[in-house]
Structure formats: C-alpha cells, structure tokens
Design a binder for this molecule. Structure first.
Ligand code: 3PG
Length: 411
C-alpha cells in the first residue's frame, strides 16, 4: 500500500478504499454508519434533510442488491454528567421521517446494543431497514470502546461508513468497528464527497478561488495555509478576514483570543505573501456597529479597534471581491463573510452565494454555517457540490488525515 498516513491524499483514498460495488451484498446484513447530526428546530425536527437524503443512494444500492440494513448515527453529545441520555436527542421520531423520505419502512431499535437489538437485527429480512437509537447514548461510542464496537459489528456481516462528516473522529462506530467487521467499505455519499473535493482541488479550471470566512480562526488557519499553495486567489472574510486585516493594518486583536501560533502563522503568511502561488485578499473595510452598538457604519479596516468589530465586509471590499469572483472558473467556499443572519450584515455573504451561483465552472462549499447561509440566501442546486461535512470538510481541505478513512483503507 502506497498511502501516506500523514496526508489526506484524496486520489489515494479513492483508489484504496473499497465501496459497495466491491462487496458481495446478497443476503447480507449491512451496518451503515451515517451522520444524522442535523440542525433541529424548536420542535426537535431536522431543519434540513440534506444529510438524510445524501445517503439514499447507498441505502438503495444495498437494498437493490439483496441486503438488509441497520442504520447507526449520532446526534449531538447527549449524555449528561451522570451518563444519562437527553431524550431530546433520541432517534425515535427520525425512523418515521426516514420512512417518508426514503420511501421504505424503517423500524426503530430503542436500545443501541443488547439482546433485544441483536434479536431484531437477526430477524431482518433482505429489503428491510432498521434504525438504531442515537449511538452516543452509549458511553462507549466516543471513547472508541472495543467491547461496544465489537457488539455493534456483530449486528451485521458488512460495515459501511457513509458518515463523511464524522471521519475525523476515532469513535467506536467510525474506526474501532473496522477491526471487528467481517468486511468494511465506504458508502456512496462518502465517495461523492471525496470525488467532489478531488474535482475542485486537483487540476481545477483556472483561476481557482478559495473563499474562507466564518469564526474559529485557529482551527481554519491550516486551510488558508494549504490553499495559499493551491489556489490562484485566497479571499478572506468573517473573523478570518478581520484577523488578517488587523495584523496587516493595525487595529488590535486581543478580543479574538487567538492562539499565539495562529498570530505567528498569520504574520508569516503576510510577510511571505509573494512566495505563494495564490494572491491573498483580505478586507480593506468593514460594516461595523458603533455608538451604543446600534449604529451601522462603514469603517476602513485600519480604523477598526477592539471595541469596533467587523460584522461584514465593507462596500469597497465587496466591490473588489466581486471583480475577483467574476474571473473565477472554480470556487471553494467555507465560512460566511459576516453576521449574515442580520439583514444589515448580509451583503458580503450574499455576494459570495451569488458568485457561486454565477460561476461557470465547479463550485464546492462546506461547513455548518456555510450550508445554512446557502440554504437561507440561495439554493443547494446553485452549488456543484455542497459537502455534508463541517470539521471533516475543513480537515480534508487542509490535507490533514481523517482517521476513519485511514481505517477503511484496504487491508
Ligand atoms: C458534524 O456535524 O460536524 C459531525 O456530525 C460531527 O459532529 P461532532 O463534532 O459532534 O463529532
């Protein structure tokens, strides 16, 4: 095997991970790990079915090939300090919703593991589907407990990982289970994610822009560093853009509580800017709140202070960015440009959603806030591929290894 374990090399992963087409499924029981960790409304119903629909090709493939299917997923971190599960995160209502969306009866196993679940799994006939209770109701899931993983694996003959969004977690149903499963492979949604990232990152139509915004600068900075060597333009907004502007132009960054390594990394990128493949853009002005916090004002970036915080990229930055976007033939996007949920601060993010819709080439977007922004301001069909991943998407973009993909590599 040629795969290097310290890099996320998408081409190598696609070559070396088996997928359902490589496995004999007839009469087999298949455990499918999905990522149904979805945003919920006040009634506890998913606000977006994207992750539920993404795995349908896998479910259909398995059923069409004579398998019976056991679904497992997590939802939030539902255990309290005493290890008691929060019933708001039970999957009991989800079985009915899946039955509707997938147009197949989905039964529900109220215990993640145990004799009743094992018996229900054993009784499943080809074509039948059963959903397990939230895997994180069992404490062994997040600790990667081998005994728990073994019992989960024993429910089925084949393990399928179709949970791209969780592939950075060394949890029992993501990595440990592979040691005990008869056969393991990736699902079709996982394959689509890897192929879409590969299309956007390797030999993209040029110019290629990477737009990075949002919060969590420390976590996302490796993405910026990586894409400075891959993209033609790296375009920043949100807190990421604000941090670069302030360190380049002054303005104070104390209120960001950035890790010292991040501050040094940003300074290093700024000082070596010309050595990278990409041209770097960060905001030259901002939309901010001033006075008692109730006056919306446009501020040159060099006039921002710890008290005067950017809520969106300003009009001069919007004009500059729109000119760059119009040149692009490939766009990768993660992170809103500002507090887009508030109309006064939504223009920068709306500009990006429009740029993706109008881009004549491949567009790829991912991340929880990014997906929410697309669903609010645009349409998922306006993007070539909307990843279901959050942190996993960012890690893959940064070229960092995803432990659950490593676990799936052909032995
Ligand atoms: C996600 O929504 O990003 C994944 O489901 C992972 O969730 P987690 O951060 O709770 O592990």
């Amino acid at each position: 095997m040629t795969h290097s374990a310290n890099q996320c090399d998408l081409a190598e992963l696609l070559k070396n991970i088996p997928f359902p087409g490589d496995v004999d499924l007839s009469g087999k029981k298949v455990f499918v790990r999905t990522d149904f960790n979805v945003p919920l409304d006040e009634n506890g119903s998913p606000v977006d079915d994207g992750r539920l629909r993404a795995v349908l090709p896998t479910i259909n493939h398995l059923l069409d090939h004579g398998a019976s299917v056991i679904i497992g997923s997590h939802l939030r971190n539902p255990l309290d300090r005493d290890g008691r599960p929060d019933p708001r995160f039970s999957f009991a209502p989800l079985a009915r919703r899946l039955s509707r969306i997938w147009e197949v009866d989905v039964s529900f196993a109220p215990e993640v593991i145990g004799p009743a679940t094992a018996e229900a799994a054993a009784k499943l006939a080809p074509g039948q589907v059963m959903l397990l209770e939230n895997l994180r109701f069992h404490p062994g899931e997040i600790t990667g407990d081998p005994a728990f993983a073994k019992e989960l694996a024993a429910l089925a003959d084949v393990y399928v990982n179709d949970a791209f969004g969780v592939c950075h977690r060394a949890h029992a149903s993501m990595t440990t289970i592979v040691r005990f499963a008869g056969q393991s492979c990736g699902g079709l949604a996982l394959k689509n994610e890897l192929m879409a990232m590969g299309r956007a990152l390797y030999n993209p139509a040029q110019p290629m822009a990477a737009i990075i915004g949002g919060r969590n600068v420390d976590f996302k900075l490796p993405v910026v560093t990586k894409l400075m060597n891959r993209a033609d333009f790296v375009i920043l907004g949100g807190q990421m853009g604000d941090a670069f502007s302030r360190l380049a132009l002054g303005g104070g960054i104390e209120h960001f509580s950035l890790a010292q390594e991040s501050v040094e990394e940003i300074r290093a990128i700024l000082s070596r800017c010309r050595e990278y493949k990409a041209k770097l853009f960060f905001p030259v002005d901002a939309v901010a709140l001033s006075g008692e916090g109730d006056t919306v004002t446009n501020v040159p970036a060099q006039n921002l202070t710890p008290e005067l915080v950017s809520e969106d990229i300003g009009p001069a930055t919007q004009l500059l960015y729109s000119q760059v976007f119009s040149l692009c033939r490939t766009i990768i996007w993660n992170g809103p440009m500002g507090a887009y949920e508030t109309p006064a601060f939504s223009k920068g993010t709306a500009l990006v959603t429009r740029a993706l819709a109008e881009c004549p080439g491949v567009t790829l977007a991912g991340g929880v806030d990014t997906s929410a922004a697309i669903l609010k301001m645009s349409d998922r069909n306006q993007v070539s591929f909307l990843s279901t991943g959050g942190s996993a998407f960012l890690k893959a973009l940064a070229g960092q290894p995803l432990v659950a993909l490593e676990a799936l590599l052909r032995k």
